[in-house]
Design a protein around this ligand. Structure first.
Ligand code: DX5
Ligand code: ZN
Length: 218
């Protein structure tokens, strides 16, 4: 199965975001991961659909919107119009998850669901047939640069086994604390889409780090 690298721009230099995106494009990045935080579901605040739209205009890569917001339903249409190719909501932030995921799909956008480190995979079993992507948070969401939590490896395995046993084809994405030391073990566990923030954007050479990480999963 193909593996994709999705740099998270959370810790990129926003004073020149188009150039930062160009650097990861040159390194072979596949997706641009946008971390949307509302200061409520998570203790941090980032950006919304206008910025996602600006990013969409500056790249041909897949634009991946990770909504760490409560009640995402009211903003889904805005993130669709902004040009998101994937929209991922948190299981913990949505009451009628089946309805929300179907709504995203009805807009013709790929639908993802995410779980925090403390949420077990089995809470997703009833929606795994309809999702395009499952995002395993390997840190407690809110900030870049945190340590990878090892219990996520077990969850990636569970999702990979469930996918095989049930003949499903959702992508497994992992987000938080991924670096060049641990990316191979995340890949071996069954991850398809690797979100990497600080290990790319806080490195000395963004393009070189992107190339290095991409080579480790190819
Ligand atoms: C955490 C975000 C992540 C984060 C990843 O809440 O969802 O996307 O920016 O950054 P690193 O790779 O620095 O953990
Ligand atoms: Zn994220």
């Amino acid at each position: 199965m193909k593996k994709y690298l999705a740099p998270s721009i959370l810790n990129a230099d926003f004073s020149n975001i188009a150039q930062q995106i160009r650097y990861v494009e040159l390194g072979g990045a596949d997706w641009i991961h946008c971390d949307i935080m509302d200061g409520n579901f998570v203790p941090n605040l980032t950006f919304g659909p206008y910025v996602v739209n600006a990013i969409k205009k500056s790249t041909k890569l897949i634009v991946d919107s990770h909504l760490m917001i409560n009640n995402p339903d009211s903003l889904i249409e805005n993130f669709v119009e902004a040009g998101s190719d994937f929209i991922t909501v948190h299981q913990e932030a949505v009451i009628h998850l089946d309805r929300t995921l179907n709504r995203i799909k009805e807009f013709g956008v790929k639908a993802g669901v995410s779980i925090n480190p403390s949420t077990p995979v089995n809470l997703l079993f009833e929606v795994l047939e309809i999702v395009d992507l499952v995002l395993v948070m390997s840190v407690n969401p809110g900030f870049g640069g945190q340590k990878f939590l090892l219990n996520s490896l077990k969850k990636i395995h569970q999702l990979d086994s469930f996918r095989k046993e049930n003949n499903l084809n959702y992508l497994i994405q992992v987000d938080g604390g991924i670096n060049k030391e641990n990316i191979k073990s995340v890949s071996d566990a069954g991850c398809d889409v690797f979100v990497v923030g600080q290990s790319i954007f806080k490195s000395d050479n963004i393009t070189a780090s992107t190339i290095e990480l991409k080579n480790l999963i190819s």
